[in-house]
Design a protein. Structure first.
Lengths: 307, 304, 538
């Protein structure tokens, strides 16, 4: 009786976290990005309570103090602003608002967008069409302009800012999720689950969502960078975060009038934005490969060569 | 093909109408419209007068009917600040932005296709790495920051280029350069990925088996297929170029529709804001139609 | 000694991958003369396509590397030729056709343009190339060749697309044609036509043909000599007849032994009440009639094979019976209850009785679930079958039953081979203890030797557990040893329904006869008889 299999070679695989760590080690750019982002997150959490006082105390003798004065305390190394407040300390304190607005918008938009996408992809075609048309309305107009208009109508506050930024980003998740759901629900393993009698919820949350999840993670990382840029642009235009609260975008705006004699006022917060968005982009590129079973070998191969 | 285009335009038209409705209700439902349309310092009496004059005390649906009627006949009201029809003010500004967008997008598209294709052809090579670093940084830089840094360097320190205005060709260089960066970074990455896919496809294998040279394989066999996903991204980027235009026009004092919109918002000239939204939305609608058309031209499978 | 048209000498090709260096082919040698057909026979992973890719210069380097050997075309080594000369040999001296013509034709250019390009690339003037292209399309049997020139690949059927590929490959009358699984994706009747066309064209032009296949039937039909490959090595070579009648290498013996359609046929016992009674099922998709009134009965413990080509409606029937699609009309009584009238809760209960095994196990197993999760999901959905603490034990039992072992429980599907994955899918179906399993092309995607193993497993389950099967296939030989009844379908209708003996020995309908005639026998002598009979009829 030949019911036993002819080939018994079954490849071994280490557990998920170990593999991710190895793949991260294999991509040094992504590793740096992750480390940088971890620092940013820590600063966002402790920044205001740690340096809040220092960042708001005016010091008229230190107005527009130039950077790279190593003889002073480290918070002054990036110079000071027009009111003599140390820039480095202000950047660290501003991390919290900047990250909080972006994180709030990304979480809100990704959760709503994903849920709507699941509904649009899995319910009757008519409901799906209605949801998609709404997304089209939002997508048919530049997001920054929508934000400008809505903030003008509703007034600017952190909450409104988060809300409007997330509304403009919902279609991104919605479309991706719906497209994936439409594709995955026709896949054989979903059909197999249906044949076993699996309920809609089970199919949606056990079979479809886990397959869409990596794509959404990659997308959310990329979107975090996008939302951050949008928030800073709005704050720069004066309709985002209002003083005395600060974000990096607002700091650039405040430094703009001193451009000719104190470039550092705008330069450093801009650099903070670039470093963070760059890290997010790098991380997203890495995730795209690391979470894709078809492409993963590229990183695993590199890791083997290095280690 | 015609039915494809018709279907797509109906879909976008619905979006356009949706936007109209949204803007109307947002402007009427959020507190007092008179406060939006009139200067901040207007007295309660003036507001009352304004409401009666514009029928703002009528039922909402009546107002909506009137609004739709006005929009269809092209009557978008007067600019309160300039005492001219709002539509005229907006179209005047829009031409500037259109030129800015067309020039920038043409440059971006051409550059991104060349750089992305070359990077894909020798993927993993030096040029590929260089282009991916440039495109990553390009996609990460805030445009307003880039704009003011560019002013500091090229206008203030080097004094090569003017800081603002529209007098000469020199005035266009900085706005275009700043607007160029982000879409370029994004499109290069898409071209590269799409091109790598096309170059490893089965039909390229067939072409190699036929003995076709490397040049035609890249630029005839692979590129046309690779352009299909790229076109969609070009469309998206062209639309969001208007995002950048708001910032860049404000900084460089460029009299386009982005600057007009911000100025009108700050001056509470709501008719102009509304007209600007409508004109922009219409332009995006037409552009999407163009994108669909280009898509159908490139891919015979869509035409059927 | 005269020079051979093609001679491959001691060729070794390796690929550098994540798992280290893979030796795709190791030290293989073979030759081919003008007017001759050589088949390279092998299963997936045998490296059968690698040497032809090397001949065509289609190996991507890196990750590939030709580590040793020569490829002589009329005595000149292709591997050491300057790039320019090497490129010009492609299309002019050697040409190639592929398995999947849809993806191998450029979707955005017309067929006429692509055939012309094959000629203009090598310097033919455009006008001449155009008239040549029309002549070629006429020759390969494309209707309305002038009109076809302006059409795109997606506007043709699968068989026509392969004809277009052939026209393109033969444009410059090459000396050598390489055909890589040219008929694998085609229906059997179309396969026979395409192979016949290749043979005719070879007689006309005198070219050498190198055909790569996994199918002994194709070898028997078209080849003069055969090279058998296993895991990158050449294990046997000789004339087709010699190799088939006197295989020397154990692998060749196993391959020939695994070819379907040679065992004892079942004798059906006509007794008992029907378990499933299907009457007049109809289903439309838009304007396309997928099922135009299908009826049959199935008794407990019986196996009904449903055979048909693409578009016959056989898979739609399976989907409708399992309520994955809703029928437009008709009834299907399961133990006296109409399946199509069940309420959701009744349907949920019924799911336990009716299970399905799909064609491609790579697709039908959720890639993010372990084998344990995959098999035990049945009990998560139907909690009353088995208490949770017994799951582990029962999964282990089922895995052993399908020929795997208990320690495979924590693995993911991608860690298994194709045949092993199909065993997991069968274990999953068994978890619900069903009375009927519908197998939709369940062995079509598997290698011949694995196919035989999986059918043996299904046969054992049938005998041990009395499970009924509906076994859907596009190929008649596969169902011959396994089915009690065979239902032949064409364009949504039942053409013929009978016991397996009736269908194979005394078919009544012309279509059944055509299907039988078109299906290829691995025995070259039998196949030669078929060919002679076909010629006489024509």
């Amino acid at each position: 009786m030949s019911v036993s299999t002819s080939d018994t070679t079954i490849t071994h695989e280490p557990p998920f976290p170990v593999r991710m760590a190895r793949m991260l080690w294999a991509d040094k750019f992504a590793l740096c990005a992750v480390i940088f982002l971890l620092i940013i997150i820590v600063l966002a959490l402790v920044g205001p309570s740690w340096l809040g006082e220092l960042a708001t105390k005016q010091n008229l003798r230190g107005r527009n103090l130039a950077p790279f004065d190593w003889s002073r305390e480290w918070v002054w190394w990036m110079g000071a602003d027009a009111l003599g407040r140390p820039l480095l300390a202000r950047i660290i304190v501003a991390t919290q608002n900047t990250i909080m607005v972006a994180a709030g918008a990304v979480i809100l938009s990704s959760v709503t967008g994903t849920l709507l996408g699941l509904v649009a992809g899995f319910s009757s075609p008519r409901v799906g069409q209605v949801i998609m048309r709404l997304a089209d309305v939002i997508m048919s107009f530049p997001s920054l302009l929508i934000a400008v208009i809505v903030l003008y109508l509703l007034g600017s506050s952190i909450l409104n800012l988060v809300a409007v930024l997330s509304i403009t980003r919902i279609p991104v998740y919605l479309r991706t999720t719906r497209a994936e759901v439409l594709e995955i629900r026709e896949r054989m393993f979903v059909q197999a689950a249906r044949v076993m009698g699996a309920s809609q919820n089970r199919i949606l949350f056990r079979h479809i969502l886990p397959v869409v999840f990596p794509t959404l993670t990659t997308l959310a990382t990329l979107d975090f960078a996008y939302v951050m840029l949008a928030e800073s642009a709005l704050s720069f235009l004066g309709i985002g975060i209002q003083p005395p609260a600060i974000t990096w975008g607002l700091m650039i705006s405040q430094g703009r009038q001193y451009l000719t004699n104190a470039w550092w006022l705008s330069f450093w917060p801009g650099l903070a934005i670039i470093m963070t968005t760059l890290s997010l982009n790098l991380l997203s590129n890495w995730l795209r490969i690391a979470l894709d079973p078809v492409q993963r070998w590229r990183l695993e191969m590199k890791g083997r060569k290095n280690g | 093909m015609l039915s494809f285009i018709r279907k797509r335009s109906v879909a976008s038209l619905i979006s356009l109408v949706g936007l109209l409705v949204l803007v109307f209700f947002l402007s009427r439902l959020t507190g007092d419209p008179a406060a939006l349309f009139l200067p901040v310092e207007a007295s309660a009496e003036m507001k009352q007068q304004f409401r009666e004059l514009h029928g703002l005390n009528d039922p909402l649906m009546v107002q909506f009917g009137r609004y739709v009627g006005d929009v269809v006949t092209g009557d978008l009201g007067e600019s309160l600040r300039k005492a001219r029809p709002a539509l005229g003010v907006v179209t005047e500004a829009f031409v500037w932005t259109l030129w800015l967008a067309v020039i920038t997008m043409s440059l971006v598209t051409a550059a991104a296709i060349v750089v992305g294709s070359l990077a894909a052809f020798r993927s993993g090579g030096f040029f590929d790495r260089l282009s991916s670093i440039i495109s990553l940084v390009g996609a990460s830089v805030p445009d307003f920051w880039l704009a003011i840094v560019a002013i500091v360097v090229f206008s203030v320190n080097l004094a090569w280029l003017p800081t603002s205005g529209t007098g000469s060709i020199l005035h266009w260089i900085l706005p275009i350069a700043v607007l160029f960066v982000r879409p370029f970074g994004i499109i290069v990455q898409v071209v590269r990925g799409s091109m790598i896919g096309a170059l490893s496809s089965a039909y390229v294998k067939t072409a190699r088996a036929k003995g076709v040279k490397a040049g035609p394989i890249i630029f005839i066999h692979a590129l046309r297929n690779a352009m299909l996903p790229v076109i969609t991204v070009i469309g998206d980027q062209a639309a969001s170029l208007l995002n950048g235009a708001v910032v860049v026009e404000t900084i460089f004092g460029f009299p386009g529709v982005g600057k007009l919109m911000i100025d009108s918002i700050l001056q509470r000239d709501f008719n102009v804001v509304l007209a600007a939204i409508l004109v922009t939305a219409l332009a995006i609608f037409l552009m999407n139609l163009l994108i669909d058309l280009a898509y159908a031209l490139l891919d015979p499978r869509i035409r059927h | 000694m005269a020079e051979h048209l093609l001679e491959v000498r001691n060729l070794s090709v390796e690929f550098h991958t994540a798992a280290g260096v893979v030796h795709a082919v190791r030290n293989i040698s073979y030759h081919l003369d003008r007017g001759e057909t050589l088949a390279i026979l092998g299963e997936s992973g045998s490296g059968k396509s690698v040497s032809s890719a090397a001949i065509m210069n289609l190996i991507d380097m890196p990750p590939g590397r030709i580590s040793a050997g020569q490829i002589l075309l009329d005595g000149k080594d292709l591997l050491t030729m300057p790039p320019q000369a090497r490129r010009e040999a492609n299309g002019r001296r050697i040409a190639m056709i592929f398995q999947d013509p849809l993806s191998h034709l450029n979707p955005v250019y017309t067929v006429g343009w692509q055939i012309r390009e094959a000629m203009t690339t090598h310097g033919m003037p455009a006008e001449q190339a155009r008239s040549e292209a029309v002549r070629l399309l006429t020759r390969v049997g494309i209707p309305d060749p002038e009109g076809a020139m302006g059409k795109y690949p997606h506007e043709f059927s699968g068989g026509q697309r392969q004809r277009v590929m052939i026209a393109m490959a033969l444009a410059l009358r090459p000396d050598l044609l390489i055909a890589d699984e040219p008929t694998t994706a085609l229906d059997v009747t179309v396969q026979a036509e395409v192979l016949a066309l290749l043979k005719e064209l070879q007689r006309e032009t005198g070219m050498g043909v190198l055909i790569i296949t996994h199918d002994l039937g194709v070898v028997a039909e078209i080849a003069d000599r055969v090279v058998v490959m296993e895991k990158g090595e050449l294990v046997e070579t000789g004339t087709v007849r010699d190799v088939y009648k006197n295989p020397k290498h154990p692998y060749t013996k196993k391959l020939i032994g695994a070819a379907p359609g040679k065992g004892e046929m079942h004798i059906a016992q006509l007794s008992g009440e029907p378990l499933l009674s299907v009457r007049d099922i109809r289903k439309r998709y838009g304007s396309f009639d997928a099922l135009k009134g299908v009826s049959f009965d199935l008794r407990a413990g019986e196996t009904m094979a449903i055979v048909g080509e693409s578009g016959s409606g056989k898979s739609t029937l399976a989907r409708v019976l399992l309520r994955l699609d809703e029928p437009d009309a008709g009834t299907a009584h399961w133990k006296g209850r109409d399946l199509f009238q069940l309420s959701p809760s009744e349907l949920y209960k019924l799911r336990r009785d009716l299970q399905m095994v799909f064609q491609d196990p790579t697709q039908s197993l959720n890639p993010r679930m372990t084998v344990f999760q995959l098999v035990s999901e049945a009990w998560a959905i139907h909690p009353d079958i088995l208490p949770k603490r017994q799951w582990r034990e029962r999964v282990a039992e089922l895995l052993v039953q399908v020929g795997l072992s208990a320690e495979h429980m924590s693995r993911y599907p991608h860690q298994f081979s194709g045949g092993q994955r199909q065993r997991i899918a069968i274990a999953r179906a068994l978890a619900l203890e069903p009375q009927l399993i519908v197998c939709d092309e369940a062995v079509s995607a598997l290698d011949v030797s694995v196919q035989a193993q999986v059918i043996a497993l299904l046969d054992k389950l049938r005998r041990d557990m009395g499970i009924s099967f509906i076994f859907i296939a596009h190929d008649l030989p596969v169902v011959r040893d396994f089915a009690d009844y065979v239902m032949v379908m064409q364009k949504g209708e039942v053409v013929e329904l009978g016991t397996v003996r009736e269908i194979f020995e005394t078919p009544r309908e012309a279509y059944t006869k055509a299907l039988l005639a078109a299906s290829l026998d691995p025995d070259p002598d039998v196949q030669a008889e078929h060919r002679a009979a076909r010629l006489k009829r024509a």
